[in-house]
Write a protein that binds this ligand. Structure first.
Ligand code: XMP
Length: 315
């Protein structure tokens, strides 16, 4: 049985002996990095610097919300807008593993540069068990390189500190409740962000489309769950499939992309079952997406794949 209070106590004393000097945390605003930041902040105080990198693949209004969260938690923080750099690095890249590795490496290079400027030698990451299990190595197959594990460059200069490494998501949420973290119940969002929710090249133009679609899916599903129409899924989002199909808008021919809606129930992300979303909710989402993204999207599909054989994200 996992005991969250005991975990917090033990981690603080381990962190105090592990971190000798300044440390930097890769802060995304998700449950894992927020729990990790709160824990390390308890252990070493302002010696911890939270760094939030805006990759350009964040959800709607997310960078502002993350800054606000870092302030609420009383963290010593830096905000870096690196979107142009990320878009350039991913130009022409279609392979999901290449995307993940480029994004992972870029994160580290940015952290190393902050580290050099501010004399920081430790990098704290909110890595959890499924991240390294799925990233392979040793006896395991690589399912996908999670940006914070398989995406790490071999010549990284910072020393890694990963206090949540052996925890599963449900356990991280228990720790979050003990630490009274405001994002304890938030759905997960992958480090590579919307880039892995765009099949093929993650251009700024395509990112705008998937960002808008993701926002509609999130809002409509949360609204439906609040009204008691359905259970809130564990994770729910949109994926852009840049395959064009023929449609009709009014009396005009349309030729646009496809959006897939993904909503799943899971406990620890190692397996998942697709959620049953009422047809009226799917209907509203479909109409809103096609109305908002007229000329760009004219077909909406619902993903009914479990994990296995699918994974939660499409890439
Ligand atoms: P998959 O797609 O592997 O996703 O079934 C399992 C859970 O992990 C999230 N995910 C990631 N999280 N970095 C992260 O921080 C990553 O590279 C990454 N890839 C997937 C995914 O959103 C789901 O919750």
């Amino acid at each position: 049985m996992f005991h969250a209070e005991r975990f917090v106590e033990k981690s603080i004393s381990i962190l105090q002996s592990e971190i000798q000097g300044k440390a930097l945390i890769a802060f995304s605003g998700g449950v894992d990095s927020t729990v990790c930041a709160a824990l390390v902040n308890k252990a070493v105080g302002d010696q911890l610097i939270a760094v939030h990198v805006n990759t350009g693949y964040m959800r709607k209004d997310e960078p502002e919300q993350v800054k606000q969260l870092m302030r609420t938690l009383g963290l010593n923080y830096r905000y870096i807008n690196a979107s142009t750099e990320y878009y350039q690095a991913l130009t022409g890249v279609e392979d999901p593993e290449k995307k993940r590795k480029i994004i992972g490496e870029k994160f580290i290079r940015i952290f190393e540069s902050v580290g050099r400027k501010e004399d920081i030698h430790y990098l704290v990451q909110g890595t959890i068990a499924p991240d390294w299990i799925e990233s392979g190595g040793g006896l395991r197959d690589t399912i996908k390189s999670h940006h914070n594990v398989g995406g790490l460059p071999k010549d990284m200069k910072l020393t890694l500190v990963e206090p949540l490494r052996d925890l599963y998501k449900d356990e991280v949420r228990k720790v979050a409740r003990v630490l009274k973290i405001p994002v304890a119940e938030r759905q997960p969002f992958p480090g590579p962000g919307l880039a892995i929710r765009i099949i093929g090249e993650a251009t700024p133009e395509r990112t705008k489309v998937v960002r808008e679609a993701c926002d509609i899916v999130e809002k409509e599903i949360e609204h439906a769950a609040a009204k008691g129409l359905m259970e809130l899924p564990w994770q729910y989002f949109a994926v852009l499939i840049p395959i064009k199909t023929v449609g009709v808008h009014g009396d005009k021919r349309a030729y646009g992309n496809t959006i897939a809606i993904r909503a799943v129930q899971s406990v620890d992300a190692m397996t998942c079952h697709y959620s049953t979303v009422p047809h009226e909710v799917l209907d509203t989402i479909s109409t809103k997406i096609t109305n908002t993204l007229k000329k760009k999207v004219n077909r909406i599909v619902y993903d009914v794949t479990n994990k296995p054989p699918g994974t939660v994200e499409w890439e």
